[in-house]
Design a binder for this molecule. Structure first.
Ligand code: HEC
Length: 135
């Protein structure tokens, strides 16, 4: 009887560990949009609106996910951004946000970059959530 319980406990612990590994794995590749919104509010919203058609010092980020770089109507981009021809997706946004001026040489986005990979994943998930066609 005792042994049986030990076996049961072992199985429960193994299943729990496996579930935890799975959750961690998906959390590593999928950002959290709610947390990303906080990053946006603190680090991006001073220059970027999250509403379509609202231009600030930077272009609106509504709809940016899946959009061609330098293509928001109303915004006057740098020549570098207009010439970059980047489709903004997980990979390109990650590279750009890590070090904007390295990824798009000559960009006028005066932002040094988001160091935390987790914060980048989260803010990218948020950008996706405000790009309705790309959900
Ligand atoms: C101090 C102002 C400023 C801050 C802060 C800032 N940006 Fe920008 N951003 C700009 C400007 C200006 C541009 C246009 C750059 C150009 O034309 O070279 C830009 C361009 C971009 C682009 C390219 C958009 C397009 O339509 O091609 C993305 C994506 C972007 N920013 C994301 C972000 C995110 C995400 C943050 C916060 C983590 C952020 N930016 C913080 C000013 C800023």
């Amino acid at each position: 009887m005792k042994d049986n319980n030990a076996v049961k406990l072992f199985i429960i612990a193994t299943v729990a560990a496996a579930a935890l590994t799975l959750t961690t794995a998906s959390a590593q590749t999928m950002g959290n949009a709610a947390m990303g919104k906080q990053v946006y509010l603190h680090q991006c919203s001073g220059c970027h609106s999250n509403k379509p058609g609202v231009d600030r010092f930077g272009p609106t980020l509504a709809g940016v996910y899946g959009r061609m770089s330098g293509s928001a109507p109303l915004h006057h981009y740098s020549a570098a951004m207009k010439a970059a021809h980047i489709i903004w997706n997980n990979k390109t946004l990650n590279l750009f946000l890590q070090n904007p001026r390295d990824y798009v040489r000559g960009t006028v986005m005066p932002y040094r970059g988001l160091r935390s990979a987790r914060a980048r994943l989260n803010v990218i998930a948020y950008l996706k959530s405000i790009s309705p066609l790309q959900k």
